[in-house]
Design a binder for this molecule. Structure first.
Ligand code: TRP
Length: 471
């Protein structure tokens, strides 16, 4: 009996198209936009990186988001089961199920470090509220940050709190509460970013920031940088692991997949660009290093909040909103795994969420230790300089730069080549003439081929071929 109720619960629907847009935007907008986008833009030299990233969003992100929503809605199941069912319907190999498994694994790995970074945000809520940023210097901010990340016990406490917050919401079911939360959160975050951009405009360095972000200098971009831009397009849109697929499985039949997908992608991109416009002028005004890495926003924003009028209020509010944005993203990272456990293993959501949350929490400890005792230096595939911090970088590159693009490429192949045209046409329900053909072209040729080229480039494939032919 309980199984029946659970299944019905899982396969319920969003109350409207807007509810889906809000939830999916909640998943997409997160630490990826405000924490990660600025620091990887800084590490990869600015303009050229941003251009490649924007191209990847438009040519690869939008069509693959449409494909994920479509697969979810067509099957109305968690990603692993959705792919199993759809592959059967299409008479394709059972192995497509493994794509669902890879997604669940990627979500679990990402959440393990995502939660640690969300923990930093939580720490900064309290620091800001206590007035610790008032008139602080660049050196002061730096030692504040180092003090936090080199203290595993404190990091563990914040990581634990964040994981508990996430598990509680997932256990209660992702619909309902999430809609209301995102409805308030997103506009508020947007306004606060505008406040920060307004502050940045008064620093004399605003144009330096704009130039850094929008003047492409391709000599500053390496092959590994191109892959980072591609991987980040997947990461920031929550694509390639089934998060958008499972949210799509709750989407009402009559909603337009194309319009909703484009709306979500636009909103997500706006937030990232605003974050960059807020942060880089502060970086240059204070003589900081744009390539500082994961600490970038934690070293720049406190300086701004420490100087602006009402900084304690704005600073605290900002980190609270960032925390909430990370929360609505974290939920979607675990939801495919939880839904699968409920569907296939006769457990309730509370059990499934607690069990998977505990596993994620344990793995998070690896990331925590990688910022202090377990830090090591390594040189990963094609990166120019060895990175020091160890497992955090390994997990980040493995998931964002490899698993998500590979997952996205396979999703594109599945939607564009395995499923029948009749089925995708009907499910997408695009009415505008030529629009379906454009989607089909992007999903069949552009997305999979571009992803493949970038991945092969990373593994040194082209150099190898060139050598083979003595070029
Ligand atoms: N998109 C989120 C961010 O930018 C992170 C995220 C949530 C995610 N769900 C995901 C990334 C699924 C990849 C896959 O912060």
């Amino acid at each position: 009996m309980s199984v029946k109720i659970n299944k019905k619960y899982i396969h319920g629907q969003w109350s409207s198209r807007w509810a889906f847009i809000l939830a999916a935007t909640g998943s997409a907008v997160g630490l990826g936009n405000i924490w990660k986008f600025p620091y990887i833009t800084g590490e990869n030299g600015g303009g050229a990186f941003v251009l490649v990233y924007l191209f990847c969003i438009a040519a690869i992100g939008v069509p693959i988001m449409m494909a994920e929503v479509m697969l979810g809605r067509a099957a109305r199941q968690s990603p692993i089961n959705a792919l199993t069912t759809l592959a059967k319907q299409a008479g394709a190999s059972k192995l497509w199920r493994l794509l669902g498994w890879m997604g669940v694994t990627a979500g679990f790995l990402i959440l393990s470090y995502y939660s640690v970074i969300a923990g930093w945000t939580l720490a900064y809520v309290f620091r800001s509220a206590s007035g610790a940023f008032s008139l602080v210097t660049a050196d002061g901010v730096r030692s504040m940050f180092t003090g936090l990340v080199s203290d595993p016990e404190r990091l563990l406490a914040w990581h634990t709190i964040f994981m508990v917050m996430t598990v509680v919401i997932i256990a209660r079911g992702v619909r309902g509460g999430l809609e209301q939360a995102v409805r308030v959160l997103m506009p508020a975050l947007f306004v606060l970013l505008l406040v920060l951009v307004g502050y940045a405009m008064n620093t004399d360095y605003f144009m330096a920031g704009v130039r850094f972000m929008f003047t492409p200098d391709f000599s500053a971009l390496s092959a590994a940088g191109v892959l980072t831009a591609l991987g980040h397009a997947f990461f920031t849109l929550s694509l390639g692991m089934g998060a958008i697929m499972i949210y799509g499985s709750y989407l009402p039949k009559d909603a337009s997949i194309a319009v909703t997908s484009v709306t979500i992608c636009l909103a997500d991109t706006m937030v990232a660009l605003l974050a960059g416009l807020a942060i880089f002028p502060i970086v240059f005004a204070n003589g900081l290093e744009p390539g500082a890495g994961p600490s970038l926003i934690f070293q720049t924003l406190p300086l701004a909040f420490g100087q602006m009028p009402g900084g304690i209020f704005f600073g605290t509010l900002f980190f609270v909103l960032l925390l909430l944005a990370a929360w609505t993203s974290a939920i979607s990272l675990l939801e495919p795994a939880v839904a699968w456990m409920v569907e296939n293993h006769n457990v309730d959501r509370i059990m499934a969420a607690s069990f998977l949350g505990l596993l994620t929490w344990l793995l998070g400890i690896v990331t925590i230790m990688s910022f202090s005792d377990w830090a090591f230096s390594f040189n990963f595939l094609g990166s120019d300089e060895p990175k020091t911090s160890g497992m955090f970088d390994v997990l980040d590159i493995l998931t964002a730069n490899i698993m998500l693009p590979v997952g996205g490429m396979l999703i594109a192949i599945f939607a564009g080549r395995v499923m029948s045209e009749k089925m995708t046409k009907q499910e997408l329900g695009i009415r505008a003439p030529g629009a379906y053909a454009l989607w089909a072209f992007l999903i069949r040729y552009v997305s999979p081929v571009l992803v493949l080229i970038v991945l092969l480039g990373l593994f040194g494939f082209f150099g190898f071929v060139a050598k083979l032919f003595g070029i």
